[in-house]
Design a binder for this molecule. Structure first.
Ligand code: UDP
Ligand code: MG
Length: 148
């Protein structure tokens, strides 16, 4: 089954939005397969955002991600990568539709509370970076109430 990497950024943690954000993926019918509160170092944040290293906002972005603990998660389900991006909403909260996480809880692009992998390939890389330990394999007892 497809997996994605979701991170609640330091502003989401500090603002007490953790359960609200997790609840959106949980209530949708996706399954949490990894979860940890973590403070990351500059070099780790730079690795996570390596694809953006040439962008003018890169150092500010790294400062933001290391400004406090983040909640790192693996979520699993059918089309989970694309669907979680839709649940999260547009990168710039000004463009994010009401009902999306960024549309409901964020104002500035540099304080947009949550990260979600943008493709199955990035998800694979990000999960390997953030969760090098052995995966936890289990099937939820409500699986057949969500999946045909
Ligand atoms: N970002 C920013 N300024 C920009 C574009 C992006 O501060 O002009 C930040 C923003 O927090 C965004 C992150 O960099 O979430 C990663 O950018 P990306 O284009 O990958 O957006 P995302 O995949 O998070 O929607
Ligand atoms: Mg991205």
């Amino acid at each position: 089954m497809e997996q994605t990497f979701i991170m609640i950024k330091p502003d989401g943690v500090q603002r007490g939005l953790v359960s609200e954000i997790m609840g959106r993926f949980e209530k949708k019918g996706f399954f949490m397969k990894g979860l940890k509160l973590q403070s990351v170092e500059r070099s780790f944040a730079e690795k996570h955002y390596a694809d953006l290293s040439s962008k003018p906002f890169f150092s500010g972005l790294v400062d933001y991600i290391i400004s406090g603990p983040v909640v790192a998660m693996i979520w699993e389900g059918k089309n989970v990568v694309t669907t979680c991006r839709k649940i999260i909403g547009a990168t710039n909260p000004s463009d994010a539709a009401p009902g999306t996480i960024r549309g409901d809880f964020a104002v500035e692009i540099g304080r947009n509370v949550v990260h979600g992998s943008d493709s199955v390939e990035s998800a694979r890389k990000e999960i390997a970076l953030w969760f090098p330990e052995a995966p936890i394999n289990f099937e939820s007892s409500i699986h057949s109430w969500i999946y045909e």
